[in-house]
Design a protein around this ligand. Structure first.
Ligand SMILES: [Mg+2]
Length: 441
């Protein structure tokens, strides 16, 4: 099948060993040393970034700290520090925004730049990106390195940036694409994982070029629309555009906190308290963003009978080991600690009956900005019993004052929201002493 070729000019920039390089930039004593940045400084905390030096010695992202220590005995470990990385990212992205108005913040250390119209050809784009690389070193930090790929499509630009690490710059054009693909393994491109690889090989596709020039019908039969797109991407067809976003990173869809629970917490029976603290922190972060959550999930990892098992960064409780996840939706968008903590504890009780725990996580999801309405957590039934008569009276009077000033609908009981015209307000026109009487009531 023949596709029209893309005439676009896309660059992908990927910071190398980003978290570890930022730590080395911040602390000169760490430079040149094998360094692991861990989710937690705990033997089961996993390595989420390894410095270039550590990678050379065999440290891999996803190892637990104890595995990493075994692989690289003289390695140094630090706990991750997200605010530091975000601050560096925003300085890098600010520089990149000077080169194009169409840039996509793909992740904390990756961006796509659409240079179509800004640069005449790949050679000019490579000059621009070299300038960007130099400016990152001069203006953000001389220890920071990045790999750049330039190509006619997003997919090929990402493939290109992966080819030379660290500090590389690779260009893929319609002329050299087959040469590049012939030197790559099936799994070297985004979208082919071990499973897809096995299925491709079973169908007789051993190389990327075989996929590129093979029968489209067979690929569609085997992989559906994904097979079609994979082949199109390898042929250099623009299947996805750069989703330009502003200089601010997009509003998060969820916030969460997780924790590899140390033995001590189990011994001291502090599992619930730890979850409460995680929940409070997630809530605080969400309130800092000015958002409310519509739902919450809680995950618990339980220790296996034969001791704890190491967990990689992509471990999901319930699928890879004992434990699990549960979630729920709030009756109304919430951000207050009482609702959040109360819900987290309810969810915990569904999953956990006092066993030893090695992982806890809480996520607040479906975040959104507050609406104009402000809600008060008062329930009519509860109010009668829980409040002293004087206070009930005071609340009612306060509500009257608010309505006098701002109108009848300024305050209403929750059960009345959305009532519509069920109980319309009447304006009395037969004036009686002290009482308004509506004729048709
Ligand atoms: Mg990277």
């Amino acid at each position: 099948m023949h596709f029209p070729l893309s005439q676009r000019l896309i660059a992908h920039l990927d910071m190398n060993s980003f978290f570890a390089s930022v730590e080395q930039q911040a602390n000169p004593l760490l430079r040149g040393k094998p360094l692991g940045v861990c989710a937690y400084l705990h033997e089961y905390g996993c390595v989420i970034a390894a410095s270039v030096e550590a990678k050379k010695l065999g440290m891999k992202v996803g190892m637990t700290m104890s595995e990493a220590k075994q692989a690289v005995p003289n390695a140094v470990f630090v706990q991750n520090d997200p605010p530091k990385y975000r601050a560096v990212t925003s300085r890098i992205f600010t520089i990149l925004h000077e080169f194009t108005d169409r840039m996509e913040h793909y992740s904390i250390d990756e961006a796509f730049l659409d240079l179509t119209g800004w640069c005449r050809d790949a050679a000019e784009a490579s000059f621009v990106l070299s300038t960007a690389k130099r400016r990152i070193k001069e203006e953000v930090g001389d220890w920071l390195r990045c790999s750049v790929g330039i190509a006619p499509t997003r997919f090929l630009a990402k493939t290109a940036s992966d080819l030379k690490k660290p500090d590389g710059l690779t260009i893929i054009t319609h002329e050299n694409i087959d040469d590049v693909l012939s030197r790559l393994d099936l799994e070297d491109v985004c979208g082919i994982g071990p499973r897809m690889r096995r299925r491709l090989e079973k169908l007789g596709y051993k190389t990327l070029l075989q996929v590129k020039y093979g029968s489209t019908e067979n690929l569609i039969r085997a992989f559906g629309v994904n097979g079609f797109f994979l082949q199109a991407k390898l042929q250099g067809v623009d299947t996805e555009t750069v989703k330009a976003d502003g200089i601010k990173t997009a509003q998060p869809k969820s916030v969460g906190h997780s924790y590899c629970v140390p033995e001590r917490v189990n011994r001291e029976k502090n599992v619930e308290a730890t979850l409460m603290r995680l929940t409070e922190r997630a809530g605080r972060r969400m309130r800092g963003l000015g958002l409310l959550a519509n739902g919450m999930s809680v995950s618990v990892g339980l220790k296996t009978p034969d001791g704890p098992r190491p967990q990689g960064p992509f471990w999901t409780p319930g699928t890879d080991g004992p434990g699990g996840s549960v979630h729920t939706w709030f009756a109304e968008p919430s951000d207050d600690s009482f609702t959040l903590v109360g819900t987290a504890l309810d969810l915990l009780r569904e999953l956990w009956t006092g066993q030893s725990v090695n992982f806890l996580a809480v996520t607040l999801f479906e975040l959104g900005p507050p609406t104009q309405q402000t809600r008060f957590g008062l329930r009519v039934e509860g109010l009668r019993e829980e409040m002293e008569p004087e206070r009930r009276q005071a609340v009612s009077k306060a509500v009257d004052l608010i309505r006098d000033r701002y109108g009848l609908n300024a305050v209403m009981m929750g059960g009345m929201v959305g009532l519509g015209d069920e109980a319309p307000d009447r304006i009395g026109f037969r004036k009686t002493e002290g009482v308004d009487v509506a004729l048709n009531s």
